[in-house]
Design a protein around this ligand. Sequence first.
Ligand code: SAM
Length: 306
Amino acid sequence: MFSYRHAFHAGNHADVLKHTVLIATLEHLLEKDAALTVVDTHAGAGLYRLDGDYADTSGEAAQGILRLLQPPAVAAGTKKAAADAPLAEAIARYLAVIADFNPKGGAKVYPGSPFIVQHLLRDHDRLKLFELHPTDSRTLDANIAQLEAGRQIAVLHEDGFGSATKFLPPPSRRALVLCDPSYELKTDYGRVLDFVGEALKRFATGTYAVWYPIIPRPEAHDLPRRLKTMATKAGKSWLHATLTVKSSKIVTAPTGETRRPGLPASGMFLINPPYTLKAQMAAALPQLVERLGQDRNAAFSLDAGG
Ligand code: SAM
């Protein structure tokens, strides 16, 4: 356990999808004055340097946020008509948040979910962050301490699956819960289902957002299907958005050497999503495919119900 470090993946295509959905959802919930509690069950380190050793080693941001920041005509494979189209609102808002962390332009600093959320929250809102990795939770503590946010933010070095429901329902009865595990362990898929099931029992009107990787593994395939069944049985609305950037096939080099392609796709499954999210993602996802697609397998799906 605990070999996963989000610093290697920060700003990749999966973060682009996750954080675009997160911002669109959060901004909608913040339209009401009543206090909102955001619970981030798997917070990571909070802030990442894309010019640092970790990100340099993996180079994943080059095919994510850094590619999205390039002028569309330069981003390989972008068609002229698509390049000329104005950016969808959800993507524009995501890029505006990234720009706030990079006043000199570009994306040397990449905010993880804790910093994205804190950046948008108002003084009377609350943020509960769970992180178990010994190094990342220390880094998260240090990063959050710089904000001098006082009572607004609580960092807990606890198991997000096991402990986060203690904040549900929050006093204001308004909450957004982001569940974004690393899925290092096969058991994480089942734990997501148990966590969401328990959270819905305690607080049926919360908004729940689950990120998951789309990889050739039965548990990954089953997760959105089982979340949909859970939402439907509970009489709750749901939304499911996926972004594929490339083929999942193992690549064989002329030398016969085989190479895994890296994460080809990911999805976000929301229960009780904002009613505005489907239209926003319908506009954003085709543009993400155009701008981040790496081969002809690039695609999106968007489905909602309830
Ligand atoms: N949500 C972050 C973001 O969007 O910037 C990224 C989170 S990363 C995908 C998953 C994190 O969960 C890792 O930092 C890992 O150390 C942490 N983690 C793993 N198991 C955990 C658990 N049971 N409870 C809390 N955190 C855990």
